[in-house]
Design a protein around this ligand. Sequence first.
Ligand code: 5GP
Ligand code: MN
Length: 323
Amino acid sequence: MERIIDKIAQSKRVLIASHTNPDGDAIGSLLATGLFLAARGKETTLFNESAIPAVYRFLGAVDRVVNRLEKGCAFDTAVVLDCGDLHRVGRAAPVIEDIPVVINIDHHITNTRFGNFHLIDPEACATAEIIFYLMTAMKAPVTLEIANAIYTGILTDTGSFRFSNTNRNAFKICEQMVALGVDPYRIAQQVYGTYSLGRIKLLNLALDSIEVSPNGKLSMMAVTQQMLRETQARPEDTDGLINYAKGIKDVKVAVLIEEMAHDGRNPEAPIPYHVSLRSNGSVDVAAIAAAFGGGGHSSAAGFSIEATLPEIKSKLLGLAEKM
Ligand code: 5GP
Ligand code: MN
């Protein structure tokens, strides 16, 4: 922490980035960091490759997030947030690799320790928790905009204080954010009460796709591009759907298999999928994801794979027999 504070003090042009297909923590920690470093007089660029989901667009400074980097920006420092490995930032990874000082701030147990300085705490409920400590150590004032961003990061990454990463600090920090003026009802309404009709229609199809392994320990849900088209849902509308599959009695591991956008010219060819895994705590899904080249936390992880849907399902059903 001290070395990172020192490096930040010396920095002038800072690139701050978080992972593609951002969730509330990737966005909340990006905005909080961008806002507090800008308040320190740093020239800041906030980067996320993906569009910011509509439900998070109420947050302050969200319009400052760019999805491409101009050639020749001479950043002296990069701060990479909520990324277990550098590829999670997407296309900007090679640009970041060339920045002299790369600071890696994260809470994934599988973090690859990329970059020059690491602030990695797998016990933290969210990257936003770590950002709050960094700000506290730097005596940076927490404005209402920053407080909203930190609160949103913790609220969403803990599944509204329900997931196994929910810790005392989640409540302690959120209590402080509320004391600073955060309105929990307003944020809950923004994040969970402004869904598009398409998302609800997609939920219907996704629920219908659920299959459970013969031993009842694994549930699988699938979302195809066809389902997104049919319901006019956006890719972000799959966020959180997996929790329905996880909530089934006796299920130890829930899986969401999501077909990614592709040209689809050859129907026989393997298709890019993103697979999300959630566990009830009895199975380490970070290890399963890592075996497929992905990563995450012991109870929430994911990986990408090119295959066919039946191939993915049969691999996962094979794992279920050993649970
Ligand atoms: P989700 O299933 O919501 O995409 O991700 C669950 C958790 O696993 C998140 O903490 C996310 O950062 C991590 N994760 C998901 N996909 C990947 C991946 O392809 N690689 C790595 N390293 N982590 C992933
Ligand atoms: Mn996170």
